[in-house]
Design a protein around this ligand. Structure first.
Ligand SMILES: Nc1ncnc2c1ncn2[C@@H]1O[C@H](COP(=O)(O)OP(=O)(O)OP(=O)(O)O)[C@@H](O)[C@H]1O
Length: 591
């Protein structure tokens, strides 16, 4: 790394620390005052030790008598200093600890808050393991230097006070300090420059290991059934080895630096003893002065290390902070209006000349127009990849179209407030997601107004009431992580019940009942049509029986609406539709 780049890391690291101090000023002040007091007490202690040697111990040797009064005074002073040191360490640790953990909690909340508000397109570009690492180890890395920061600030105060006291004691001994202290700073800077690329690499590898581990766990079933355990272990092992090597590189440098940092003050002590003996002989200073300064240099080593800890952590902090900031500054949020949807009952959904592509990719939807009239069920039918799921995502505004408009009851989706949209429209996705909670918790999601009666009604509509009644604890049954204790069809019905419990006015089912028996699927759609709380339904359907239940069919080919009408009409007039639905039917019979 060039010296310019390392200066940049140092400057940026100091700016990150400045941000931390501005965020938690009171805790920083508590820690810094505690630490400064600690540093001043170290100096005071050195001078008391020198004074005791010079004015109590040496005279006692000379006179063969001990001045008991003075001894008691010395004991009282040492006790006082020790008491104050306990208080100062307490203040320093309290301030630093609270500051560090509060910052970590604040930024963990901020990062996960951003995850929830960023659009699906952003999530598709970022591996889940990386997101975990951003919210966890990157936040920890960013605030790593906070733990020793107040100590380092107090150490700087201590070094300034030490320089003043040294010059007041003797200018020759002060020169040793004037040489040693800048050398300690210089060593710290060299350390930071060398450490920077190693720390950044280690932090990147932590993120990589987390991402690969997450993918391995997620795909555990595939790995096992395909007999790829050894290959997957090898793939993971490569990253683990790289992380190990990068951490060893960090440790090796630290191992070299720590003894150097320890030895410099010892060399200072040696210089003080040699120069002090000469100054003592010439009568310029007394025994007390030499002992005080020598003792000061021996106790300096430990606090000065705090500066090294902060400086050494800065590169990792900058690397973590950059990754955290990348999440916090990510763009692409959908802007919401403040519109509401007046009225009640089933809502009308209208797509008007909608075009859409994913990022810079090819156009997926071409001038798609159709309407789901209020209270009606419309089936979206089309070959795989024709754009059905994309339309489902657009209908509940997970993404916005490139051009054209989508509206509910005449209000364009971007004009609606988030709460108005979430209250009116619900999507049940292809792949159901079940939280590690009870059946009740999964359906109610703590939404106001979703009481047990609403949960039971929703379960009945989703044809899930009977299987839930058969669970060991009914609504209180815990379903396990991702609903592992349930079958695929049961998970789908729970997810459907969750959507229904919010009494949506528009329900979008994206192949949401694929794992459910066809008769149960027909019963679900039948119940939805008969229910008092009827919603308009847009359903992505593959089964002939389901399609036939819809009031209308919108038939898609390669992102274009090529026909709309009833199932009977399309079967009569559209050869492509006829072929597709007949193929679905054949496949069903073969199952
Ligand atoms: N996140 C994405 N990024 C880029 N392209 C995508 C993304 N999601 C879908 N596509 C592409 O958009 C097209 C339409 O996909 P979509 O999932 O909407 O089709 P579908 O009709 O629902 O398919 P299926 O019946 O197989 O679920 C496909 O060509 C697909 O490759």
């Amino acid at each position: 790394m060039s010296s310019g780049a390392s200066r940049d890391v140092l400057g940026r690291g100091l700016r990150v620390l400045g941000h931390a101090i501005r965020t938690e000023p009171r805790l920083f002040i508590v820690g810094a005052i505690g630490s400064s007091l600690f540093g001043l007490l170290i100096i005071a202690n050195s001078y008391v030790v020198g004074w005791v040697i010079g004015h109590v111990v040496v005279p006692s040797f000379a006179s063969h008598q001990v001045d008991a009064g003075r001894l008691w005074l010395v004991a009282a002073i040492f006790l006082g200093i020790s008491g104050l040191r306990v208080a100062s360490i307490f203040g320093r640790r309290l301030g630093a600890g609270f500051m560090q953990f509060r910052l970590q909690a604040r930024y963990r909340r901020a990062v996960t808050g951003r995850y929830l508000s960023l659009p699906p397109a952003w999530h598709q570009r970022h591996a889940t393991g990386t997101l975990l690492s951003n919210a966890n180890s990157d936040v920890e890395a960013a605030w790593g230097p906070i733990a020793p920061l107040p100590f380092a600030v107090g150490t700087i105060v201590m070094l300034i006070a030490a320089m003043i006291s040294l010059f007041l004691t003797d200018w020759v001994l002060a020169l040793v300090g004037a040489t040693l202290f800048p050398a300690l700073f210089g060593l710290n800077l060299v350390y930071s420059r060398r450490m920077s690329p190693r720390q950044i690499r280690a932090q990147q590898m932590r993120g990589k290991v987390s991402a690969v581990a997450h993918e391995s766990f997620d795909g555990a079933l595939v790995v096992k059934t395909m007999g790829r355990e050894a290959d997957e272990s090898r793939r993971f092992g490569v990253f683990v080895d790289e992380l190990r090597d990068s951490l060893i590189a960090v440790g090796r440098l630290r191992g070299l630096f720590d003894p150097l940092m320890d030895s410099l003050p010892s060399l200072g002590t040696l210089a003080v003893l040699l120069l002090g003996a000469w100054r003592l002989r010439s009568g310029a200073i007394g025994v007390a002065d030499v002992v005080s300064v020598a003792f000061l240099f021996t106790v300096l080593a430990f606090p000065v290390r705090a500066i090294g800890w902060v400086v050494g952590e800065l590169p990792r902090s900058v690397a973590g902070w950059d990754r955290v900031r990348a999440v916090l500054d990510a763009e692409g949020d959908l802007a919401y209006g403040d519109g509401s949807l007046p009225g009640a009952g089933p809502a009308e959904l209208r797509f008007d000349q909608v075009r859409f592509s994913y990022g810079e990719g090819p156009q997926i939807l071409h001038d798609v127009s159709f309407t789901v009239p209020s209270g009606r069920t419309v089936a979206l039918v089309g070959a795989t990849g024709s754009g059905k799921s994309t339309i489902a995502s657009l209908a509940v505004r997970l993404v916005d179209p490139e051009s054209g408009s989508i509206g509910i009851d005449g209000v364009k989706l971007p004009d609606l407030a988030l709460s108005a949209l979430a209250g009116a429209a619900a999507l049940v996705p292809q792949v159901p997601f079940v939280f590690d909670d009870t059946v009740r918790g999964n359906i109610a999601l703590d939404r106001p107004g979703v009481d047990d009666d609403a949960v039971r009604d929703a379960l009945a509509l989703a044809q899930a009431d009977r299987f839930v009644a058969g669970l060991p604890d009914g609504l209180d049954t815990a379903v396990g992580e991702r609903g592992t204790s349930l079958s695929g069809g049961q998970r789908q019905r729970l997810t459907l019940a969750r959507a229904l419990a919010g009494k949506p006015r528009l329900l979008v089912l994206d192949d949401a009942t694929s794992a459910v028996d066809p008769r149960v699927e027909a019963a679900i759609l039948g119940a939805l049509r008969a229910s008092d709380a009827r919603a308009s339904v847009l359903v992505v359907a593959y089964r002939r029986a389901t399609i036939a239940l819809a009031d209308q069919v919108v038939y898609l080919e390669r992102g274009r609406v090529v026909a709309t009408g009833t199932h009977a009409e399309l079967m009569t007039f559209h050869a492509g539709y006829q072929d597709l639905v007949t193929a679905y039917e054949k496949a069903e019979h073969q199952e």
